[in-house]
Design a binder for this molecule. Structure first.
Ligand code: ATP
Ligand code: MG
Ligand code: MG
Ligand code: MG
Length: 564
């Protein structure tokens, strides 16, 4: 590519709303342009990077045995009625009507559509296991779209769905996907972690999130040094000893796993969940559970019997809650519904939520548990007070650290709920109709671009990991006098690198060196080669890696050997 024939438009001025480095740099480098809240145009430059991510994702999905397909963005209401999610999904679901006044939504995810596809396409056990994926635009009407493409309303996702006869086969595919996800983030050159996760509005039993580690991440994750345990917690602030900073803007975000947990709890209890924050606290013989519910109306008489494992519990009084919480220093104190109180449960009732901090009189314990399951192994439980202080965990499993992360991928074992609700069956080897069990696997393709920048930048711009760079090499031509020898040397190096399969861009825009180098650094191209009259006289090109402090003068053969 010759830059003179490309649309590269970098800018110095960026809107004040851009707070995150990635948001600023994507705007400055001219990778994205805002159309409206949460809606972005990917410029030719941005698209090159997005396609790089897509390519790696696609290759690893193919290798994992998933088959690519493409489903519509617009989905009929009837499908969503079948699973009950037309109402349950909440405000993120963009609903619209056609000219016949029939209702549709713009797909935020595709469990309904794929299950509809499966019930029509999959007839026999012989067709299982089956795993399909697509790379496609989603729309979620996020309450606070922000940070550019990091939390957009329209964004690019890879979503995959698998169908199995039994849980063991689902588990096998889940592990294949887990490995595929790990390879994707390794290939993209990102520092990441897989953590136990909330199953949220998607539902299901087991679930892991993949987080790119970055201080600006919206999620807090805890991981143990020895046991390999890691979970998305967002709880560090609530249990850290000593003075606490004000919860950051993102901690106040209502779209957190807590929100999802509350949604799930509310759904189980059959109560409406709206905006205003209310606290629900339940008290039991052997412990208590506090859940922060966001509802205008949390009825006093909650149908507790509906909550598995919670029959026999009653509402706790404010005094009881304060007393109980007061026993553990460092907590937020008496429940203030405006603070980001998390679901806190005694170990005996921990099965009610995906994310649980077990609280008892000895202190707080963190545990990642999955909906409807028993508590995990004792070694998954650690005392967060010690964790935050950096002391060893009491179970002898090493230390837990808290880091911030950006959720870039999420895999779920969905089970049979969707297939059951939508009457999706296949015939087993005895000719009997059976409901398949499902997995689903998402990756935020467009979010990865922003997350990569959060991890890889300096004050001059982006520093792309090799696999994500829009081009590997930039050849900068410094030729104020229009010297034909300089032009020829640059063009011939450009062609030679191209024929060696290197993605190279020739900066022939005729800019002054300072502006040209600033652009190339801002855009984050890993390798820069400068061709100038002075260099040619000495028989060298000036080479510099984006992250190196100094440049080197190399002859042509050395440049080709290094980059070709
Ligand atoms: P978040 O917790 O950030 O809201 P999510 O848990 O709602 O994400 P999933 O339903 O797990 O998202 O979707 C799969 C992936 O899609 C996420 O892991 C994330 O990388 C990406 N994603 C979700 N919402 C957005 C968004 N608003 N903008 C960009 N990417 C998103
Ligand atoms: Mg979300
Ligand atoms: Mg999430
Ligand atoms: Mg998720």
């Amino acid at each position: 590519m010759r830059l003179s024939q490309f649309h590269l438009r970098t800018s110095k001025e960026i809107p004040a709303e851009a707070e995150l480095a990635s948001h600023k740099l994507m705007l400055k480098a001219g990778m994205i342009r805002k159309l409206a809240a949460g809606l972005y145009t990917w410029t030719p430059l941005g698209l090159r990077v997005l396609r790089k991510v897509e390519k790696v994702v696609r290759e690893e999905m193919d290798a994992a045995g998933a088959i690519e397909m493409l489903m519509p963005n617009v989905q009929p209401r009837e499908l969503w009625e079948e699973t009950g999610r037309w109402e349950k999904f909440g405000g993120q679901l963009l609903k619209m009507q056609d000219r016949k006044e029939a209702w549709y939504c713009y797909g935020p995810t595709h469990e309904e559509v794929i299950t509809d596809f499966a019930r029509n396409e999959l007839a026999s056990y012989k067709q299982l296991p089956a795993c399909f994926y697509q790379i496609q635009t989603k729309f979620r009407d996020e309450i606070r779209p922000r940070f550019g493409v990091m939390r957009a309303r329209e964004f690019l996702m890879k979503d995959a769905y698998s169908f199995h006869l039994d849980e063991a086969d689902l588990q096998r595919q889940y592990e294949v996907m887990y490995q595929a996800y790990s390879r994707i983030f390794e290939r993209l050159g990102l520092r990441f972690r897989a953590v136990f996760a909330d199953t949220g509005a998607i539902g299901g039993s087991a679930s892991h999130e993949f987080h790119v580690l970055a201080d600006s991440g919206e999620d807090a994750i805890a991981f143990a040094s020895d046991s390999g345990y890691a979970a998305n917690v967002e709880l560090a602030e609530a249990v850290a000893p000593g003075p606490r900073p004000e919860p950051s803007e993102s901690m106040r975000d209502v779209e957190t796993p807590t929100q999802k947990t509350c949604e799930a709890v509310a759904a189980l209890m059959g109560i409406p969940l709206q905006r205003t924050v209310k606290t629900l606290a339940l008290m039991g013989e052997d412990g208590f559970v506090v859940a922060l519910l966001r509802g205008d109306h949390v009825p006093n008489e909650i149908k507790l019997a509906k909550l598995p494992g919670l029959a026999g519990y009653r509402m706790a009084t404010e005094a009881e809650i304060s007393e109980h919480l007061g026993a553990a220093p460092g907590f937020l104190g008496p429940i203030n519904p405006k603070k980001p109180v998390k679901v806190v449960a005694d170990r005996t009732v921990a099965a009610m939520a995906d994310f649980v901090v077990g609280a008892n009189r000895d202190g707080f314990h963190i545990a990642g548990v999955n909906w409807g399951r028993d508590l995990p192994e004792p070694n998954l439980v650690a005392d967060l007070r010690n964790v935050v202080a950096g002391d060893p965990s009491p179970d002898g499993q090493g230390t837990l650290s808290i880091a911030r992360g950006i959720e870039v991928g999420h895999i779920f074992q969905l089970g049979r709920a969707y297939a059951e609700a939508m009457e999706c069956t296949v015939l087993d080897s005895n000719g009997k109709a059976v409901v398949p069990t499902m997995g689903c696997y998402g990756i935020g393709v467009s979010r990865i671009v922003a997350a990569a920048i959060e991890q890889n930048h300096d004050e001059n711009g982006v520093i792309w990991p090799e696999a994500m760079a829009p081009w590997q090499v930039a050849i900068c031509v410094i030729n104020p006098k229009g010297d034909a020898a300089v032009e020829d040397a640059a063009a011939s190096l450009y062609r030679e690198l191209q024929s060696a399969g290197v993605e190279v861009v020739l900066d022939d825009r005729g800019l002054r060196p300072g502006s040209m180098f600033a652009d190339i650094e801002l855009v984050g191209i890993p390798h820069r080669v400068v061709v100038s009259g002075r260099g040619l006289e000495a028989g060298t090109f000036e080479y510099r890696h984006r992250s190196a402090a100094e440049s080197e003068n190399l002859d042509r053969a050395s440049v080709l050997a290094r980059l070709g």
